[in-house]
Design a protein. Structure first.
Length: 164
């Protein structure tokens, strides 16, 4: 943490009240679940204030986006292709699996032959994971960032005080 230096301390720093902000009405269903867990954790750490609602919303929606993208990647990509014609000239369709559940790539056939493509979910996971990491750091929820965040109302226990 280092030594507190008076030339680096902002005497006019806002000090919002320590409290759990209310979950915003527009929060997605998954983000609401994340909000409950994250708010409880952050409040217990003593780092959550009334001013942190927007930041907590950003964290919760980023986690929800990552969970949704991972759930989508866990499902196969299936599409319909023509497989002949009926007597009334309507096409007979059959399902084919373009990408297996959990596969990060799929193959398309173009004029120049087969091409391996990345599933869109892979980029969505990477983007959401980047946003989650950023928000986790802001709240001190990574081992490296924890020492950079101060908590209100928590005092270090003096182990020698109990001895007498």
């Amino acid at each position: 943490m280092g030594t507190t230096r008076s030339d680096r301390v902002n005497p006019k720093e806002p000090k919002p009240k320590r409290a759990r902000p209310t979950a915003p009405a527009g929060l997605s269903k998954r983000a609401k679940t994340v909000w409950t867990k994250a708010a409880r954790l952050l409040d217990g750490m003593g780092v959550l204030t009334t001013a942190d609602g927007l930041a907590l919303e950003g964290l919760c929606e980023a986690v929800a986006d990552e969970l949704e993208a991972r759930a989508s990647l866990a499902r196969p990509i299936v599409t319909q292709v023509p497989d002949g014609m009926c007597d009334d000239d309507t096409p007979i369709m059959r399902e084919i699996e373009v990408a297996a559940a959990g596969a990060q790539t799929y193959v398309t056939i173009g004029k120049s032959g087969p091409m391996v493509r990345m599933r869109p979910e892979v980029a969505a996971i990477a983007d959401a994971n980047r946003r989650v990491a950023m928000w986790l750091a802001k709240f001190g929820l990574t081992p490296a960032d924890r020492s950079k965040v101060g908590a209100e109302g928590q005092q270090k226990e003096n182990a020698f005080q109990k001895i007498g």
